[in-house]
Design a protein around this ligand. Structure first.
Ligand SMILES: Cc1cc2nc3c(=O)[nH]c(=O)nc-3n(C[C@H](O)[C@H](O)[C@H](O)COP(=O)(O)O)c2cc1C
Length: 206
């Protein structure tokens, strides 16, 4: 096959300072020592079957909480909640802030619900609370935590226990209507929503 030299010349190799290529934001709720709930914005996740895998930095409160108490709630905010997410983006629930986090400008705040102006709801079978304003709230249990020896983050494997969805985005009982739901996307550290629908795959059931 002939390679078009002009085409290859239109690419440049870069060393990206930021590698967040557009994934949904989750508000990860974990249990503090005193039974209150901590909220951590994260964007590193993938889902397959009933398993959701999270990438969580070692310097924060979320991983500390998950190592002690293996339950969480994954709350999915819609785009209209981006400013609520941003209100807690420079806060950590960790009282002893690691120097690197401190240098970036993080401050300690335990009352994340108050800071984010969000409302707690009791969960069905886990102790961390759910966030009322998030249209999707997923109760999950931690099955495994792996810390690769090359990294400063943990790979946390969770299994879904209960999936709560706001009635208005549900169709045919057990499906999410993709035309009614948009995740909040973290696109190279900017907040985005989905654009118009382009089509669907042959396996779509809606
Ligand atoms: C939109 C957004 C996405 C983020 N994604 C991640 C992520 O995927 N993993 C992670 O460890 N931190 C992520 N962070 C940073 C954490 O929110 C930050 O470390 C915070 O301290 C976590 O709170 P905690 O220390 O109370 O757990 C993200 C922050 C924002 C605002």
């Amino acid at each position: 096959m002939l390679i078009d030299k002009k085409d290859t010349n239109s690419f440049v190799e870069i060393k990206p300072k930021i590698l967040y290529y557009g994934t949904p934001i989750l508000l990860l709720n974990t249990l503090n020592e005193d039974g209150t709930t901590n909220i951590s914005p994260i964007s590193s996740s993938w889902a397959l079957g009933d398993c959701i895998v999270l990438g969580i930095g070692l310097g924060g409160k979320a991983i500390e909480n998950l190592e002690r108490h293996k339950e969480c709630v994954l709350n999915l905010p819609s785009p209209n909640l981006w400013e609520n997410v941003e209100k807690i983006s420079s806060l950590t629930g960790k009282e002893n802030i690691p120097p690197l986090k401190k240098a970036i400008g993080f401050t300690y705040k335990k009352e994340k619900y108050e800071a984010a102006e969000l409302t707690p709801l009791n969960s069905k079978s886990v102790l961390p609370t759910r966030i009322k304003e998030c249209p999707i709230q997923i109760e999950a249990v931690v099955k495994n935590i792996r810390i690769p020896n090359y990294s400063s983050f943990a790979i946390v494997e969770t299994q879904v226990l209960h999936f709560h969805a706001e009635e208005s985005i549900v169709q045919n009982e057990n499906y999410i209507d993709p035309s009614k739901w948009s995740p909040l996307i973290y696109n190279f550290r900017h907040y985005f929503e989905l654009g118009r629908e382009l089509g669907k795959t042959f396996r779509s059931e809606t």
